[in-house]
Design a protein around this ligand. Structure first.
Ligand code: MTE
Ligand code: MO
Length: 345
């Protein structure tokens, strides 16, 4: 019985319906509904790679009107996808295609609905940790869209679906230079308005920029391992040690435990799997959460995967005892870090 109601609520939660409001007690149902929503979010994360579009969500974050994350589920996304856009694809595909007919959501509609303030950039993040940043002025001037359909059919994963950022570059050829193929983001999961404020969840607490600034600051200047949008050659990074963050949050790290690092999109291989750092590494070397970069210690913008990124100074090389550790460049230089969690073996 409970299972059935739970299932009904789950379906309700997915469909954004409130069908499970009335029976039995509202409070109990609300609790189930919240559980169902939480479970649903987990499912979405777990399966992001093979997700059917019914499970797909778009999160709008950064300077939203409410100041909170806006979560758009598939039925809402579908309802918003009322724009048609005819254009050629900027890259070669396996099929011979001329002009294709997309149906999608105008990004400017999302801005009108959910965005407050005067941020100048929007960063689109994909489930495979890819991202691209577009000017707000261009998003308002041109009918740039998040497509869900191509030529009357929902976009498959191999076509960049369920949500694919497309530009009307046939009608506005100037967009071809400004937003070439690398801006056409497949599998979009997040739209970040400006850059989010620093907020790190650790052991049931949330540490903001002020909390992190109170910790000892470490700085290094080396080549970084981020794959997109960072300078080549040495880059100055400043931030705090992962182990100092854990102790600031009163989280104990057992010597044979590990730290799970969660963020918006973790790797190009397995989206949902958190990155695991062995305790040995965290305790013996300065694995760092970077919050500033460059000579003038600028905050790290969303365009570069900020405000918080994981960084591995070269002291981390070979730090974990006998085991041969890969070169810091091969470490998971995670962008958009949101949470640390300690696991015991
Ligand atoms: N999600 C996602 N979108 C992406 C990419 C990517 O790696 N992930 N690559 C971009 C780049 S650099 C190009 S050239 C085009 C085409 O990529 P493809 O050649 O891998 O199909 O997709 C763009 N969109
Ligand atoms: Mo590319």
């Amino acid at each position: 019985m409970i299972k059935k109601v739970f299932a009904a609520c789950l379906i309700g939660a997915i469909a954004g319906l409130s069908a499970c409001r009335n029976r039995p007690a509202d409070a109990q149902l609300e609790e189930w509904r919240q559980e169902a929503i939480a479970r649903n979010a987990e499912l979405v994360k777990d399966r992001a790679n093979q997700a059917t579009e019914q499970e797909w969500q778009l999160l709008v974050q950064g300077s939203t009107k409410s100041g909170e994350t806006v979560r758009l589920r598939w039925p809402q996304l579908k309802a918003l996808a009322v724009t048609r856009l005819q254009t050629r694809l900027p890259f070669k595909t396996s099929e011979i295609e001329g002009i294709v007919d997309f149906r999608g959501i105008l990004v400017s509609t999302l801005l009108d609905k959910f965005v407050a303030g005067e941020d100048s950039e929007v960063t689109f993040i994909a489930s495979n940790a890819y991202r691209a940043t577009v000017n707000v002025a261009d998003l308002r001037r041109y009918p740039i869209a998040l497509a869900i359909e191509k030529n009357g059919r929902l976009l498959s994963r191999s076509e960049g679906g369920p949500l694919f950022l497309v530009f009307p570059s046939e009608k506005y050829p100037e967009l071809k230079q400004k937003y070439p193929e690398g801006y056409w983001v497949f599998y979009v999961t997040h739209l970040i308005i400006g850059t989010e404020p620093v907020l790190l969840r650790v052991g049931g607490r949330s540490l903001d920029a002020a909390a992190l600034d109170k910790l000892p600051q470490v700085t290094f200047e080396e080549g970084v391992g981020y794959s997109l949008g960072w300078p080549n050659g040495p880059v100055k990074l400043s931030g705090v040690r992962v182990r100092d963050v854990l102790s600031a949050a009163d989280v104990k790290l057992p010597a044979n435990g590990a730290v799970l690092v969660r963020g918006k999109a973790l790797s190009d291989r397995d989206d949902a799997k958190p990155i695991l750092l062995e305790a040995e590494r965290v305790l013996k070397c300065d694995v760092m959460l970077a919050t500033r970069w460059g000579r003038d210690r600028q905050p790290i913008p969303a365009k570069m995967g900020g405000p918080v990124t994981l960084a591995f100074p070269s002291t981390c090389k070979g730090a974990a005892g006998d085991r041969e550790l890969p070169n810091p460049q091969k470490q998971p230089w995670v962008t958009f870090v949101e949470e640390l969690e300690v696991t015991a073996p």
